[in-house]
Structure formats: structure tokens, C-alpha cells
Design a protein around this ligand. Sequence first.
Ligand SMILES: Cc1ncc(COP(=O)(O)O)c(C=O)c1O
Length: 310
Amino acid sequence: MSTTAHLPSAPLRARAEIDLGALRANVRTLRAQAPGAALMAVVKSEAYGHGALQCARAAVDAGATWLGTATPEEALALRAADGLPADVRIMCWLWTPGGPWREAIEAGLDVSVSGMWALREVTEAARGAGRPARVQLKADTGLGRGGCQPGEDWAELVGQAVRAEAEGLVRVTGLWSHFACADEPGHPSIALQLGRFREMVAYAERAGLRPEVRHIANSPATLTLPEAHFDLVRTGIALYGISPSPEIGTPADFGLRPVMTLSASLALVKQVPGGHGVSYGHRYTTPGDTLGLSVGRVRHRATPRGPGRC
Ligand SMILES: Cc1ncc(COP(=O)(O)O)c(C=O)c1O
């Protein structure tokens, strides 16, 4: 006879509280920063760990008209979920060959296409589905990652997209790109990327494409670069109340409120001298006498002990 051991369940050691009111307020703040553009709430990777569906609902509630995910599976899950209006646009950009193009078309997703292989797969799927795919052509304006290269590659992709549109297989809903260094104001790549984006959009429009949205701005560009707003801004990190970079400002400087609060009981509080390496690799060294402080559920901080502090 076997017996089942009943182990005590582990106590909760840490807790992440998500303030959806803060997220809604951040959406409103970001919309005010880019009043001429629609707002896409980037909710990829479980909304940066905050919970994709809950954040998507709150963002749409506060005026986001687009949701952005990396993978088609994330986008399909949002489309299938309750509580999001049927007309909210959902775009996904991380495709690999053999991806669920047909399901994406049937779910009315906007899908990103960076090259000929993807355009071939999506048009084939549209033929099978009997309805046009919503396609957004991605230009590599200098990030050097996803996106179609300028020049001959862009000309070929645009040309084929124009033909596929004429056949009723695709509707090119967007032309878009992504910044490499928008969180470093004045970085020379920003102006270069913007210039290249304008040229690539102009080329595509001369070739006959009429996109609903042109977009390149992520959070830092939304906050600091109005000339990059075009028709749509795609905000991720700022939505969650985090500044894209301390150099451009604190969340409070931009009127953003942190959405996540982490809390935990401390297991140990101790006094250490200055010059004490902390944990693997000693990637942090205490600048002076330091005490780890915690009161109740306040976030933990290592506070250098100065005169009069304890
Ligand atoms: C294509 C794309 N657009 C927008 C974003 C949002 O960027 P951020 O978190 O800087 O707003 C991301 C996030 O990595 C992204 O991959």
C-alpha cells in the first residue's frame, strides 16, 4: 500500500501588485503627448510581466485603439479573449516560416511582413481563407534587426505588395519601422532612421500603397520626439510607468505612474561596510556603510548610511 505525502504548501514569498488605474492614467498621459496619433499598447510577453489580457483591457478602456504583440500566438489569444472590443486592432510582428497566417487572417489581425518569404506565405493563406490579409510592411531604417532593407529589397517587396493588393489578397494597412537608440536623445542614428523612414514611406506611397498608419515611435520617441509620431505610437515600457532611460527623465517628470509594486518579507537585514561586493560577480559594490531597509510592503532599497541616518 502506498501513502501520499502531503507537503505543506509553500507560503507566498513575494507579491506583485498591478495597479490598472495607473496603467489607464499612463495611457491618457501618453495620448496627450502624441495627440495627433493613435496609441498602440504593446502588451507582448504578458505585458512586460504585468498580465497581457488585464493590461490590454485597461489600455483599451483608456483610449488605446491598437494592441501590439510579438508573436501571432499572443495576438490570437487576445483576439479570442472576452472583454476586448471586436474592433480593437491587434498587430503582431515576430513571424517565422510556417506561422499561423490563416488563423491570423481569419482573426482580423494586422501582420507584419519584412521580406518576400513572408509576403508569399501570407498571400497564399489569404487565397485559402478567401479574404484579404491585413499586412503592415516593416522597413529596416537602421535598427539592423527585423524589417526590409532599403533599395532593391524594399522596391521588390513594395512592388509585390501592390500586386497582391490589386488581386485582393492583401490590404497594406501600415508602413512601419523601429528605432535603435531613441532612448539616447541626439544619437545620430535617430535622424538617420527618421530620414530613411520618410523616404521608404514616400517610395511605397508613390508606388500606390495607401497605408492607414505609418509608425516608428516607441516609448522614448513618444515622450521626446514629436516629429516621429506620424499616425500611431507604439508604447511599451512607458505604459507600465517606467522611464525608458534615466537620462531622459524620471517617470514623474513625464507624469507616469508605476504600475507594478513588488513586495516581500525580508529574510535578513544587515549592516555592511563600504566597498562590500554584493552577490555573484560582485556587480554592485556598496559605496559606503550600507543597511538594507524594509518597512512592511515598501520596496526594498539599499540605502547608504549618511550622517544622521540609521
Ligand atoms: C516593434 C516594437 N515596437 C514597440 C515596442 C515598445 O518599445 P518600448 O518598450 O520602448 O516602448 C517594442 C518593444 O520592444 C517593439 O518590439
